[in-house]
Write a protein that binds this ligand. Structure first.
Ligand code: PHE
Length: 453
């Protein structure tokens, strides 16, 4: 009964859209296209797909197994399987990673919202220096980014307090299709620009000479982040899956949607950028400086279309960020309300207020003279580094070892095959991957980022 009162997803489509919503985020749009274009185009995409297959999907399936078996927040789900051993710490680590990411992810999500407003108000019109200055001024403003962080948190909060079915699932069911439609419309608009085909060529043309160890490990890291692995999101959402949810099929479908969105984002960015001869880069600079310039130039002769494309692009970005933020919020909300035995509403407020404060401090650390700079890095960058480079790989590694070596195999197999009602054709492959391939690959990216290998 206790499990029923937690709520669960009402439909298969709800499961797929909500979880794909967690996966599809800024990583798909501001990082993947650039990595693909720089690292061999179609060859990178094939390597990435291979990573998804041998690492991403097995890790996602593992988190689903832990989450659905636990039918509780991530920390407790691990504890249930850990049987009083120290393995339960991994669950707490996932929740902590999710918690630390929530604040600063919300800051960037807030920037996206501001850019919707700026597109509507025509604030992004101007020459390249103006656009770049606009971003610098905005980020280092003590008030506006904090304001937008609060706005996006309140929207997320509103969804979360409505629960799993009436909040997350309902919201995802309209947000994700809207995101897709926006994306498709912008892909068409970008590819109708004169000279856009060079961009498509850049993204998709296979170039084997670019492939080396760095490219391969880059793809591994991207796959990990993009699929929201090791931050409690997948595990928490899986705790709302029904016994009929086909875990393996769902993981495959979610990964495909995530990859498709990333490739389509590339089919917006490169054709538009190449049509005006601007070379795209990655990260915040790409979406907040380069792209507004690209839109200004590409649609210079039809300003209303440039206005519309810019508005649609930032709406798309905000939706992608929002659905990811919802999943991060839910990890913590579920943790607080179940562990502190309080209402869901109170749990959600704890997250909104505390992560809101972390977000505001991160945002303020970017303004000049804030004093929130340590070891030459802003607090914002420190959060990014600690969560992404340290917590994420360590937690991911431990998660694989836990499921691969510790959790009783009858439990793993039961969850994998829905208690024997599914064939479980890939079970052997899955187990091999989660025991050997995933831990080795994660260890490799962890060591690689510190130049050990
Ligand atoms: N997967 C998201 C992205 O691609 C990022 C994210 C990671 C979101 C972990 C939630 C949890 O941007």
């Amino acid at each position: 009964m206790a499990e029923l009162s937690r709520g669960n997803f009402g439909s298969k489509l709800g499961v797929i859209l909500a979880t794909a919503g967690s996966a599809v985020g800024l990583g798909n749009i501001w990082r993947f296209p650039y990595m693909a274009g720089q690292n061999g185009g179609a060859v990178f995409i094939i390597i990435y797909l291979a990573c998804v297959l041998i690492l991403g999907i097995p890790c996602m399936v593992s988190e689903f197994i832990i989450g659905r078996h636990g039918a509780s927040n991530t920390a407790r789900a691990y504890s249930k399987l850990a049987n009083g051993t120290a393995w339960k710490v991994v669950g707490y680590m996932e929740v902590l990673t999710g918690y630390l990411i929530t604040g600063y992810y919300a800051v960037v999500s807030g920037w996206c919202c501001n850019y919707i407003y700026a597109s509507i108000a025509g604030e992004l019109k101007g020459d390249p220096t103006y656009v770049s200055q606009y971003f610098e001024n905005f980020c280092s403003d003590p008030v506006r980014p904090v304001f937008w962080t609060v706005v996006i948190f309140l929207i997320t909060h509103f969804v979360i307090v409505h629960g799993v079915r009436n909040g997350i699932e309902k919201a995802s069911k309209w947000m994700m299709p809207t995101l897709f439609i926006l994306l498709l419309v912008i892909v068409v608009a970008a590819n109708l620009l004169p000279g856009s085909s060079k961009g498509v060529e850049f993204l998709l043309k296979p170039d084997f000479t670019k492939v080396d160890k760095d490219v391969f490990l880059g793809a591994v890291g991207q796959c990990f982040y993009s699929l929201s692995i090791a931050m409690g999101c997948l595990c928490t959402y899986a705790s709302y899956f029904s016994r009929r949810t086909n875990i393996v099929n769902s993981a495959v479908q979610i990964s495909l949607i995530d990859t498709l969105v990333a490739i389509l984002a590339g089919l917006v960015i490169f054709p538009a950028a190449f049509s005006v001869g601007i070379s795209p880069d990655s990260g915040p600079k790409l979406i907040f400086i380069t792209l507004p310039n690209v839109f200004n130039e590409a649609f210079a002769s039809i300003p209303w279309l440039g206005w519309l494309v810019s508005l649609m692009f930032y709406a798309l970005l905000s939706l992608a960020a929002l659905t990811s933020l919802m999943s991060l919020h839910e990890v913590n909300t579920a943790f607080f309300y179940e562990e502190l035995h309080i209402s869901r509403k109170k749990g959600a407020w704890i997250v909104t207020v505390s992560c809101g404060i972390i977000g505001a401090i991160c945002s303020l650390s970017l303004s000049k003279h804030s004093g929130l700079v340590f070891f030459g890095k802003s607090l914002f960058d420190i959060f990014d580094f600690v969560t992404g480079q340290i917590f994420l790989p360590i937690t991911g590694l431990l998660m694989c070892l836990f499921v691969g070596w510790y959790v009783p195999k009858n439990i793993v197999k039961d969850e994998f095959t829905n208690w024997g009602t599914l064939k479980g054709t890939f079970y052997g492959f899955y187990l091999f991957s989660v025991r050997f391939i995933c831990p080795l690959l994660i260890l490799a990216i962890f060591l690689h980022q510190f130049n050990v290998i």
